[in-house]
Design a protein around this ligand. Structure first.
Ligand code: B12
Ligand code: SF4
Length: 471
């Protein structure tokens, strides 16, 4: 009988950002007390806040094919076990980390391993992946991965795999969280109820990657999954959906059925939730403790230009107040630097944060990610700061680098105003105040704010370094 074939599924750490921000100028590698402090905070941020496994790789690793054995390697926590005889190494590639993924793929191939590339970047830019891969998998791989595994087993691997259509999510595909080292993560309870988004925000790729139609799993399947996951890990659940309240009726049914299970959970929702009182009450009763919401902009002209047209701006503030009143803490994510923004925008954001009492305000700089409409438009307008053909240059950082020229504000003014905004919002005193005022999970809100105080200081330093080269 032929031997079991071994497959390793690899998740990369991002250079900077949620996996632990570090200076783009290498300060963390220097010696001394401040470098030690930066490294310690970085590790704490990684461990306490974003240490969650990749659901995509959990799904793939749970697919059972006779003759194949799969393992997940999370490079945020472990070295790649290159001394073992892997028959195929699958790497999940995101655009901002594509350069790093390609380096790893090239090194592994030089050592004689076969490499499969998949994930968001392989779907959006297959041609850029091809020179670095033996096998290229485009799209959502829930079904097609079993074909890859069977072909590997039968020695007939092809160079290209792509599903003909999006997977039907109403089919049950049990995920096995037992494959993970639970202790590494603050939770392994990641659940996705649906995919696809009917909106077309021009800075986002979700509607491109997962389609414009919202596909949903069955409520029964999810309730069973929650029960099963809980046997293995009784910590908090994270619903990774981009907007968990996208379909009110569906969400009402699902979370009503979860009430008796007595879990606690957090997720991502639109502020429309504030106008869905019955759902809000069900969320609260089913154990929702915190939500992330993409406010993006409160400048009407920016919202229209970037096609963020759902939810009227005037309703957003009232919605936030209602959600917080229901006992749910809110992380509100803004983007500064949109095309309708001016030097008055930071003051509007500050007022809005004060007025609504947002628990964690996340202030992002517009990031034109390759594959988005805004990237194409800024390229046409000659406003990108790096070679648009060099996709790897558009790396992910924590607000540490300008990638484009804002429309109405010069680069130096933009960097100054962004820096002033984040230094006003994030201080130790403000963090304590927000932590104490949070309607729920006060220690987590406090920690988030304190970490952001550190991260935005790093962002200011790096932006000011970049400014010297730009102006
Ligand atoms: C939860 C989440 C996180 C979590 C968990 C990390 C993670 N990557 O799983 C946290 C908060 C940590 C996070 C961090 C980041 N994230 Co994030 N995240 C998400 C979110 C909301 C859901 C991810 C998810 O679980 N999806 C469900 C699974 C089933 O889908 P999937 O991961 O895409 O996997 C499927 C396919 O892509 C494919 N596949 C994936 N990998 C592989 C590998 C192989 C070998 C194969 C064959 C197939 C394959 O098959 C899977 C099953 O169908 C998505 C948005 C979204 N709707 O997907 C953004 C998203 C993935 N994140 C994104 C970004 C930018 C980031 C950060 C870089 C942010 C930052 N500035 O630091 C970091 C990167 C951290 C890291 N090391 O990856 C972008 C990626 C964009 C892009 N074009 O590459 C997305 C798409 C959001 C967006 N709106 O643009 N994220
Ligand atoms: S930002 Fe949110 S609402 Fe807009 S397209 Fe992306 S997932 Fe949909």
């Amino acid at each position: 009988m032929s031997r079991m074939k071994k497959v390793l599924l690899v998740f990369l750490a991002s250079e900077s950002g949620v996996d632990g921000a570090r200076s783009l100028y290498g300060k963390a590698d220097s010696k001394g007390l401040s470098a030690w402090f930066d490294r310690s905070v970085r590790n704490m941020i990684k461990r306490t806040q974003f240490a969650i496994p990749s659901l995509g790789l959990m799904i793939l690793a749970s697919i059972e094919v006779e003759g194949i054995e799969q393992r997940i390697c999370d490079l945020r926590f472990e070295e790649l076990p290159a001394n073992e005889p892997w028959d195929l190494v699958g790497i999940s590639v995101q655009t901002g980390m594509s350069a790093k993924a390609f380096d790893l793929a090239d090194t592994l191939r030089r050592k004689g391993f076969r490499v499969a590339l998949g994930g968001a970047h392989a779907t959006l830019f297959p041609e850029s992946c091809r020179p670095h891969a033996d096998v290229l998998v485009r799209g959502e791989a829930d079904d097609i991965w079993s074909s890859v595994l069977r072909d590997l087993r039968d020695d007939r691997l092809k160079a290209d795999y792509a599903p003909e259509k999006f997977p039907d999510l109403s089919i049950s595909r049990p995920v096995n969280t037992g494959l993970l080292d639970t202790k590494r993560y603050f939770t392994t309870n990641l659940v996705q109820t649906g995919r696809g988004c009917p909106y077309n925000c021009d800075f986002c790729t979700v509607h491109v990657l997962n389609g414009n139609r919202h596909r949903r799993r069955t409520v029964r399947d999810i309730v069973e999954e929650v029960r099963r996951f809980r046997e293995h890990d009784d910590r908090i659940f994270f619903f990774v959906d981009d907007s968990i309240n996208a379909s009110e009726e569906y969400a009402r049914e699902l979370f009503s059925r979860l009430i008796p299970l007595d879990i606690t959970w957090f997720g991502q929702a639109t502020t429309a939730l504030g106008n869905q009182p019955r759902l809000l009450e069900i969320f609260s009763r089913s154990g929702c403790r915190a939500l992330l919401t993409g406010i993006e902009s409160i400048e009407p002209s920016s919202r229209t230009t970037h096609r963020k047209t759902q939810n009227r701006p005037q309703d957003i503030a009232e919605s936030i107040v209602r959600i917080r009143r229901a006992g749910i803490s809110l992380y509100g994510s803004f983007i500064y630097g949109l095309d309708g923004d001016t030097l008055d925008t930071p003051a509007t954001i500050l007022d809005f944060v004060r007025q609504t009492g947002l628990d964690v305000p996340g202030i992002n700089i517009l990031r034109p990610n390759p594959g988005t409409r805004v990237f194409d438009r800024l390229r046409e307008e000659g406003r990108l700061l790096f070679d648009p053909g060099d996709l790897g240059a558009y790396r992910y950082t924590f607000g540490q680098e300008m990638l484009y020229r804002p429309k109405n504000i010069t680069l130096p003014d933009f960097i100054d105003s962004y820096s002033r905004l984040t230094s006003k919002l994030f201080t130790v005193t403000q963090s304590l105040r927000r932590g104490l005022a949070a309607p729920n999970v006060k220690p987590a809100v406090l920690l988030f704010n304190l970490f952001y105080t550190h991260l935005y200081a790093l962002s200011r330093n790096d932006l000011n370094r970049q400014r010297l080269t730009l102006c």
